[in-house]
Design a protein around this ligand. Structure first.
Ligand code: ADP
Ligand code: ASP
Ligand code: MG
Length: 412
């Protein structure tokens, strides 16, 4: 018999009927003799509702108190599922992150898991009990409640699977696996039977929110077998694999397309084009803990000045703008322009390593639809472009078709 850690997302536990259906599913596995640890999200919409309540009181809610508030959503679902399991005659017990001792650092709203005490879970499992754990939360060394960042229940699931050495961590959600791109944007998107950790990590960090990026990092680091499946339909879902066992040469160049609307662009105009300028511009931003993503420096103008452009998370735009305006005054530059109507579209694939011409194919496809590329950034297995937000869906569809992603993957 196996030990499974199953995580059910917000839509999967979005109503009493759905919680009852999850109880049937979990009971089915337990009935076959498997040891079961179940991690739950809050009911869909609940975390947003709680955040909205907080922001009616404080524009920037106090992080410690926000964590106390938003961790409550998961406490509701774990209790309800446990009742539903008991109603079915199965022994079960629910635990908050603090009860199970999911110890994190104290970075409220984006805490990282440091240690998990598995003794109590092991006792329960040995006693034949289903263990039901609240996702998304932990406690710091002082016992203060922390949360793991949006989508963090995925990370709770993977972390428990790693700590318990589970046979598989199964992420149940409202789609039946990882697709070539978000199936809500491209109808012909295709489910991947498998995807490598490396690709999944890029997809997640470039905006595919089907899995929280930290969950993928954790699974890769601790070699946790990880599968994404549908709560509502039968099927094998998508397995995240460690190896690139398929011969790269046989792999299609691009495996998937990710996108996000979370970034904003800042340009400082007319800065002197001389050594040390990039640091003068970016150091104050970095010192404030603001992450910079794509960076472009234009060629020098005849007067020896240049424009310098970069992107940050939209939430950080105002902070970054203030810092940049101060730099602009210091450097006697021609001022700061910002644009938050941008989107980032990325193509991802380990096969890109061995395929040339991927970039030119991408740019051709975008230009055929008259989509202007504002910035470009590349790594070994991805190419990202910044474009006008209005053309995002058009761009995703154009690229999906240019790289023939609706077709079955080449054999390998
Ligand atoms: P849950 O509440 O179960 O955690 P999420 O909403 O966080 O679910 O993640 C599932 C959603 O991720 C899907 O409904 C889908 O719209 C979106 N998604 C984005 N990119 C992809 C992709 N490449 N493959 C599958 N789903 C994707
Ligand atoms: N409920 C949390 C969120 O909405 C965590 C999760 O669902 O994974 O972000
Ligand atoms: Mg999620």
């Amino acid at each position: 018999m196996s030990l499974f850690v199953q995580k059910y997302g917000g839509t999967s536990v979005g109503s009493i009927e759905r919680i009852e259906a999850v109880a049937d599913k979990v009971a089915g596995f337990r009935g076959q003799g498997h040891d079961m640890v179940v991690v739950l999200s809050a009911m869909s919409g609940e975390t947003n509702r709680l955040i909205a309540l907080a922001s009616q009181i404080q524009e920037r809610p106090d992080p410690r108190e926000l964590d106390v508030l938003i961790s409550t959503g998961e406490q509701v679902t774990i209790a309800l599922l446990t009742m539903a399991l008991k109603k079915r005659g199965y022994d079960a017990c629910s635990y908050t992150g603090g009860q199970i001792k999911i110890l994190t650092d104290n970075a409220h709203t984006k805490a990282r898991i440091q240690r998990i005490d598995i003794a109590r879970m092991r006792d329960d499992l040995n006693g034949g009990r289903v263990v039901v754990v609240a996702g998304f939360q932990g406690v710091d060394e002082h016992g203060d409640i922390t949360t793991l960042g949006r989508g963090g229940s995925d990370t709770t699931g993977v972390a428990l699977a790693a700590a318990l050495n589970a046979n598989e961590c199964q992420i149940y959600t409202d789609v039946d696996g990882v697709y070539t791109t978000d199936p809500r944007v491209v109808d012909s998107a295709r489910r991947l039977e498998r995807i490598t950790f490396e690709e999944m990590l890029e997809m997640a960090s470039l905006g595919s929110k089907v899995l929280q990026i930290r969950a993928v990092e954790f699974a890769g680091k601790y070699k946790v077998p990880l599968r994404i499946l549908s709560t509502f339909e039968e099927g094998d879902g998508t397995l995240i694999t460690l190896d690139e066992e398929d011969d790269n040469m046989e792999q299609p160049s691009v495996s998937g397309i990710a996108f996000n609307r979370d970034e904003a662009k800042l340009t400082i105009r007319g800065v002197p084009d001389k050594p040390g300028i990039a640091t003068r511009i970016l150091a104050p931003i970095g010192n404030k803990g603001i992450d910079v993503d794509v960076i472009v420096q234009n060629v020098s103008a005849a007067d020896g000045t240049t424009d310098f452009t970069f992107t940050v998370h939209r939430n950080e735009l105002e902070g970054a703008r203030k810092l940049l305006e101060a730099v602009s005054t210091e450097l006697d530059a021609r001022g700061v322009v910002v644009d938050d109507r941008i989107a980032k579209v990325s193509i991802v694939g380990v096969g890109m390593r061995s395929h040339t011409r991927v970039a030119s194919r991408m740019f051709e496809a975008l230009s055929a639809d008259n989509i202007n590329i504002q910035m470009i950034t590349t790594s070994e297995i991805k190419i990202s472009v910044i474009i006008d937000e209005r053309y995002l869906e058009l761009a995703v569809r154009a690229l999906h078709s240019a790289f023939e992603l609706s077709e079955p993957r080449a054999a390998g």
